[in-house]
Write a protein of this length. Structure first.
Length: 306
């Protein structure tokens, strides 16, 4: 296990370095001058050049990259061009709102999708199975922005039950969390159904039944546990998709998370903030994949990491 963890840490370091290089290069090949965007439209070339010097954008790209790497190695991602404060602190101010939204969406997905998929597999080819399959197809087909707008119109405008935008108590969280979780529920429910059906056909399930175990014991103790490995894998990947999908959802509902921060930072070419967000996303993905690998050990003791 120790050797495996060391190997994963080295891999994670390479991922972070790749994310840093990728974000630095990609941002600077995108058209647009941060200095020009920060100044009024009638700014003179001299004013633009002075702003570029103030932002250290007048250096060559290799020199900018060396400076950037040196600062990051010291834990300094620079200051936001727009806000004038630490880019890391700006991102951390917006991050809790997105984590709250994505975490709620994940809980909704797990609580609804896994039982639905298991029930559909239990009553295979019945009306229950057909209904779950239909709902999953509809859930994956609906664009999140359209679903969000429909929920706002129905629950917010027509029924006046829930707020349509903003960040506040649990009532503000319901509509954006459902919007964000809808497509994930559909995906995980279908995957749970398929994985459960594959496990049901295995010899050890027939052996358990031949020993006289009831269907509830067979299903709960043998089928569901062994069908969770692919589901956990996909859930780990979908957590990252939830964070990226939150960009659209946060925009629709006016949710003050990193999604809105990313859109505004890209629009104004706020390089330091975007680079911090890329690195945070890479760290998050690395952490989630490590947690998923450790969960495998709990689900299936036959798995061993060396």
């Amino acid at each position: 296990m120790t050797q495996y963890l060391i190997s994963r840490l080295l891999q994670s370091l390479l991922v972070l370095v790749g994310a840093l290089v990728f974000s630095f290069i990609l941002l600077r090949v995108v058209p647009g001058d941060p200095a020009q965007l920060m100044l009024p439209e009638n700014a003179s070339p001299e004013d633009i050049e002075a702003m570029r010097r103030a932002l250290d954008l007048d250096d060559s790209l290799p020199m900018q990259f060396v400076t950037f790497v040196g600062e990051v190695a010291q834990g300094d991602f620079g200051d936001s061009y727009r806000r004038g404060t630490s880019a890391l602190s700006v991102t951390l101010d917006y991050l809790p709102a997105t984590l709250r939204l994505a975490g709620t969406a994940i809980v909704i997905t797990v609580v609804i999708a896994i039982p639905l998929g298991a029930i559909a597999a239990w009553w295979k080819d019945s009306w229950v199975d057909n209904l779950v399959s239909l709902l999953a197809l509809v859930g994956q087909s609906m664009p999140s922005f359209w679903l969000g707008i429909m929920l706002i119109l129905f629950f917010g405008v027509q029924l006046r039950l829930l707020p349509t935008s903003g960040y506040g108590d649990w009532r503000h969280l319901i509509l954006p969390a459902i919007t964000l979780a809808a497509s994930q529920i559909a995906l995980v429910a279908r995957l749970t159904r398929s994985a459960t059906l594959d496990v049901i056909r295995q010899d050890y399930v027939r052996t358990a039944r031949s020993k006289g175990l009831g269907e509830v014991a067979v299903y709960g103790g043998h089928v569901l546990r062994n069908s969770l490995i692919p589901v956990v894998t996909v859930l780990g990947l979908q957590i990252g998709n939830l964070l990226s999908g939150a960009i659209i959802t946060e925009t629709v509902f006016g949710w003050p998370g990193v999604g809105q921060l990313l859109v505004s930072s890209i629009s104004y070419r706020d390089y330091p903030v975007v680079q911090v967000m890329v690195v945070c996303s890479a760290v998050f993905f690395v952490f989630i994949t490590l947690i998923v690998d450790l969960i495998y050990l709990v689900i299936d003791p036959r798995i061993a990491y060396k």
